[in-house]
Design a protein around this ligand. Structure first.
Ligand code: PLP
Length: 394
């Protein structure tokens, strides 16, 4: 491997959200001495070509407002064609400062106060918090947990849409936290139901470049064009290349009227000018970051298997199904821990910062989400901490 993902990079000296003890005061009850495996970014150094292109911006010395150029659009179009077999048109592409802000703005522009929005729990917490914060109601279509392998309940999906006059559905693909990469047949089923009942779809595909070898990612754009009319694809190079701090995301809106409405809203609120470093991240990542990405996926693949082997050998009562995509392990502790004992266990005994399953909805009860995008030594230490803490419980 050209890149050394075993390297331990000290992030404590930065303002990293994941590593900053100030946040731990509130989120982890004042326990500031935890090993962080929570917030979804990677502890790996960014690919050299991306750093180089950002350095060029710095070396130029003037950091004024930036516009996207042709290379930016071409890099996005080529990446999606080459890696995902998707045809993205230049006119569909909208820049926003993050996927979560985009979801919020789409909700505010295309639904009304009091409208009902459908999500599939357990799911990334902003999917519930953002619509609620915008004065919308959130209706749940819980995923079905088959011993850690999650599937969709299509019957309930359609029933919830009809019973609640759902206006918009937010899909997570690949799914955070359960790690599913939804199959084409699954997506076609929900797409048909949404089309039948005239429901807007936000397909959050931010993790779509992080797919393990046995799975194939299907974008909503790989489906029939008849499903494109009320569709917003939210994606970004930020998870892919570990540049989340640039807050740069790409929204693809194939329907011209929706795209124009959204773009003019962004213009009105002066939110259309991209981040100078984000633009470089898009271009250098999509044009020259593929080698790094392939290697990071290989490293993540070995980390996800490392967790599996460790748990099978040492803690067989803990259930963990390998994720098909993302760098998030969704691990079931319900046989040994009650939800009310989780905080004490992880913060006082195992001394690791993870995301508690119930943060993702009550369907996450008994689970934790562990971010394994870290050097193997850190992962090993975290798992050993868990093993030792469990041994002390017995
Ligand atoms: C599914 C999903 N969507 C969006 C985000 C955040 O996106 P952004 O930083 O672009 O707002 C995350 C981050 O973890 C995520 O997991």
């Amino acid at each position: 491997m050209k890149y050394n993902f075993d390297e331990i990079i000290d992030r404590k000296t930065t303002n990293s959200k994941k590593w900053n003890p100030k946040l731990y005061q509130t989120i982890f009850n004042g326990h500031t001495d935890l090993l962080p495996l929570w917030v979804a970014d990677m502890d790996f150094k960014v690919a050299e070509p991306i750093l180089d292109s950002m350095r060029k911006v710095i070396d130029h010395g003037v950091l004024g407002y930036t516009l996207p150029d042709e290379e930016y659009y071409n890099s996005i179009i080529q990446w999606n064609r080459r890696r995902k077999n998707c045809s993205v048109e230049k006119d569909w592409i909208v820049y926003t400062n993050g996927v979560v802000p985009a979801i919020s703005l789409i909700i505010q522009n295309f639904t009304n106060s009091g409208d009902n929005i459908l999500i599939q729990t357990p799911v990334y917490p902003p999917f519930k918090l953002i619509p609620e914060g915008c004065g919308r109601n959130v209706i749940l279509n819980p995923l079905v947990d088959n011993a850690g392998y999650y599937t969709m309940n299509f019957e309930d999906f359609e029933k919830k849409i009809v019973d609640n006059n759902i206006k918009l559905f937010i899909l997570c693909n690949p799914h955070n936290p359960v790690g599913r990469v939804w199959k084409k047949e699954e997506l076609e089923k929900i797409a048909n139901i949404c089309l039948k009942h005239n429901v807007f779809i936000i397909s959050d595909e931010i993790h779509s470049d992080l797919i393990f070898k046995e799975s194939t990612f299907t974008s909503f754009l790989n489906l029939d064009k008849k499903f494109f009319n009320k569709l917003f694809i939210c994606t970004a190079p930020t998870k892919t290349f570990n540049i989340a701090g640039t807050q740069t995301s790409l929204i693809f809106i194939p329907n011209k009227d929706l795209k124009d409405k959204f773009q003019s809203y962004l213009s009105n609120i002066r939110m259309e000018t991209p981040n100078s470093f984000g633009i470089e991240g898009v271009k250098a990542g999509y044009l020259y970051g593929e080698e790094w990405l392939e290697q990071v996926i290989e490293y993540l693949d070995s980390n996800r298997h490392f967790i599996k082997t460790f748990l099978e050998e040492k803690l067989p009562e803990i259930n963990y199904h390998l994720p098909e995509g993302t760098y998030l392990a969704w691990i079931d502790f319900s046989k040994i821990l009650k939800d009310e004992d989780m905080l004490e266990f992880f913060e006082k005994k195992a001394k690791i910062a993870i995301d508690y399953g119930t943060w993702f909805g009550e369907e996450g009860s008994g689970y934790i989400r562990l971010n394994f995008a870290c050097p193997r030594a850190v992962l090993e230490q975290a798992l050993n901490n868990i093993f030792n803490a469990i041994s002390n419980l017995k």
